[in-house]
Each structure stands twice: as C-alpha cells, then as structure tokens.
Design a protein around this ligand. Structure first.
Ligand SMILES: Nc1ncnc2c1ncn2[C@@H]1O[C@H](COP(=O)(O)OP(=O)(O)OP(=O)(O)O)[C@@H](O)[C@H]1O
Ligand SMILES: [Mg+2]
Length: 383
C-alpha cells in the first residue's frame, strides 16, 4: 500500500470507526492471521468469486466472523482497484454501506477484510441458493430497496468528494442477519471532484445494469447509479434477472419485458409470483413509478437518489406516472450480449474481465456469472 493511501495511515488505525452502529475499528491483518482464519483459504470456506478474486468466510482468533476478499492476481490494474476500494471504504460510514474491517497488503498479496454477512447477497435470495426458500417477503424487499437507496444517496450527496459506485447490482447488496441491506464493493467506485458534473471513463460494471450513455460512451455521472438502481428495483420486485435467456437463445432485458406491462398499467403482473399475491398495492405502484423514472434513457431526466428515497418513502409524489412514460429499453449490442455470462447455462469460471467492442469504441465490461451454481448450497450458520 502506497503512502498516499490516507485512509490506511497508521495514525488512523487507533481511532476506531463506528460501523453498523457498533463501536469497532479496522486494522491491518497479517497474511498468516487471515490464512489461519480461513482454514488456508480452503474451497470449503469459499463464499463466492467476483472480478477482484475469491471471497472466503473466516473466523479470527477472537471469534469474529469475517469475509476475506483475496486478489486473484497481482498487476497494476488490480492493485489500483484494491487501493481504490480501501481508500473509499475508509471514507464511508453509513448503516447501509459495508464498511472496512481491515486489509492485508503484503509483498505479493492483497486482501480486504469485511464483516461476514450471514444472509449473503440479494442475488442469492432472488436467483441463487436461497431462492427456493422465499425468505424475502414483500416487506423485506421494500426494506432492502429503501436501505440500498439510502446507502447510494449517502455516496452521491453526503460524502466528500462524491462517490459514484458504478457497479450497483444484486450481488453487491449484502444482507445482515436482520435482512438490512449493505451496499458493497467500491473497487469500481469513482471519486468525483468538486464541481464536475460527469466524467468520461473506461466502462466497467455489469451488463444488464449499465446505463446506455455509460455503456456506449463511457459517460459516467451519479445518474448511472440511478439507472442501475432502477434495474435492481425491477429485479427485486419481479424476481427476474436483468437479462434473461429465452428459449431459442435470444436474450431479453428486464425493461423489454416490463415495459408493455407498465404502459398498460398491469402492475400486479410484474410482481414475483413467489410472493403469491402478498404485496402492498400502493407500495408496488410507487416502486414501479420510481423504477420507470430511474431507467429513462436520458440521464438528465432521471431523478437524483434524494428524490428516489423520498418517493420510496412515500413522502414525495412523482410528477409523471410510469404509465405516461415510454420506457425505451437499452439495446446492448450482440457482441456484448454474447459475453454476458449470467444468462448462459454453462458453468463458467467467471469473474475475469473481458474486453469487447461496443458501438462507439473499446469497452471493458465485466463478465457476470452465477457463483451459486458452482459453490452449491451454503447456508446461514453452516460454519
Ligand atoms: N461480507 C460478505 N459476507 C458474506 N458474503 C459475502 C461478503 N462479501 C462477498 N460475499 C459473497 O461473495 C460473493 C462474491 O463477491 P464478489 O464481490 O467478489 O463478486 P460479485 O459481487 O459477484 O462480483 P463483483 O466482482 O462484480 O463485485 C458475493 O456474491 C457474496 O455472496
Ligand atoms: Mg461484489
């Protein structure tokens, strides 16, 4: 870790940080300690795998349950991602953001330590190993959406400099024992200097959640996260994946599926059938209105996260109703659709970033994958 990492300076280690309401502090771990805590990074301890590397469950010698993210290969890009993650984590403190428990930066390894979230990710409940159990009733879904929105609102409006997450998706919303959501993974985050409305960058993120202006031109602003949140909202209500593979192999985005139902006001038909009709009609209308506002193709028309939170709470009324809007679904190029792994049946190793060429130039889009196929059924309290 370079000395420029202000958040990691030893002067701050003793300060103590309040995370999730409890008094706790982050610290530097030794590799030996993390090796012992995770049973030598054994396959049995593996929780999942993403772009950065693998995540392992562990228990420290003082009994704390942790999740250890281990960088898969050391190169300058990965090191940068690690540095950004630790830097950003050091800046944020919010009940709906997964804070830093510590890190380890040895000569040839980089590891990040978080609190272990016993209910894993929203993805695992919507499409993964917990999906069959339907632990996410309507109330929990609403709580997860509102909490996630509040976490993103904090990143966009309350922390300085403002932070754009750039990878809002169901696997990056982790759930604590009370199903309180904690937005995770700031490795892709972008710090926005004061007075800058948008920036142009290389595209990173996950197909299906990417705002069109970002996917095509790399134009990144807070409203890219708003778009991704709109997709997450639709996904959570409907129980459908952002991109689905239809019989015959054609891939369809969730907005393509939802748009005709929304425009005809058939909101009930959007709700996840697993809920067996148990939902609050007013909240449903409100949530669909919010998602329709968030996924508009013109970034300037999308609401801010402040407005989103107000609408979800019911304290504000939307100016336009979803039915009056024509949702233009994003058309990802066939080449991008082809590299999307979340909707394929094969059991890909996943996680590696691959390059593809979008309509307007070189793009880098992270392959999405379904870690649950490979990892099998891992339940709460198994350890
Ligand atoms: N703190 C944690 N507690 C419990 N499970 C976790 C924790 N952090 C990560 N996981 C699990 O590990 C999986 C892999 O996480 P990881 O962030 O590496 O990949 P991802 O979210 O699928 O993709 P990406 O690299 O784009 O974030 C997650 O889906 C989640 O189920
Ligand atoms: Mg993640």
């Amino acid at each position: 870790m370079g000395s420029s990492m202000s958040c990691c300076g030893s002067d701050k280690v003793d300060e103590g940080i309040t995370i999730n309401g409890g008094q706790s502090s982050w610290r530097i771990f030794t590799y030996k300690e993390l090796h012992a805590a995770t049973n030598g990074f054994s396959e049995d301890n593996k929780l999942g795998e993403g772009g950065f590397g693998s995540v392992y469950w562990g228990k420290t010698s003082d009994g704390l349950q942790i999740a250890v993210k281990k960088l898969k290969s050391m190169n300058s890009k990965a090191e940068m991602e690690f540095a950004v993650e630790v830097e950003v984590l050091g800046r944020v403190r919010h009940k709906n953001l997964l804070g830093l428990r510590g890190y380890c930066a040895g000569a040839d390894q980089r590891l990040i330590v978080y609190d272990y979230m016993p209910n894993l990710s929203l993805l695992s409940h919507l499409h993964g190993q917990f999906a069959g159990e339907v632990q996410l009733d309507w109330k929990r879904r609403m709580k997860i959406l509102l909490g996630s929105a509040e976490g993103i609102l904090y990143l966009h409006h309350e922390v300085t400099p403002h932070i754009i997450h750039r990878d809002i998706k169901a696997s990056n919303v982790l759930l604590d024992s009370e199903f309180e959501p904690l937005v995770a993974d700031f490795g892709f985050a972008k710090l926005i200097p004061e007075g800058v409305s948008h920036m142009t960058t290389r595209v990173k993120g996950t197909l299906g959640y990417l705002a069109p202006e970002y996917a095509m031109w790399g134009k990144v602003s807070e409203s890219c996260d708003v778009y991704s949140f709109g997709i997450l909202l639709l996904e959570t209500i409907t129980g459908r994946k952002p991109i689905e593979k239809l019989p015959g192999g054609v891939k369809r985005t969730i907005t393509e599926w939802a748009e005709p139902l929304i425009s005809r006001g058939r909101f009930r038909d959007l709700v996840d059938p697993k809920l067996r009709g148990n939902f609050d009609e007013n909240q449903l209308k409100r949530a669909i209105n919010v998602s329709a506002l968030c996924v508009q193709s013109e970034p300037d028309k999308r609401p801010t996260m402040k407005v989103v939170v107000g609408l979800l709470r019911g304290s504000n009324e939307p100016k336009i109703k979803a039915m009056q809007m024509r949702i233009e679904s994003v058309k990802y190029g066939d080449d991008l659709m082809a590299i999307d792994q979340a909707t394929t049946d094969d059991d890909d190793d996943g996680g590696e970033e691959s390059s593809a060429f979008g309509v307007f130039g070189a793009m880098e889009v992270q392959k999405t994958h379904d870690p649950y196929k490979r990892i099998g059924d891992r339940r709460m309290g198994k350890f």
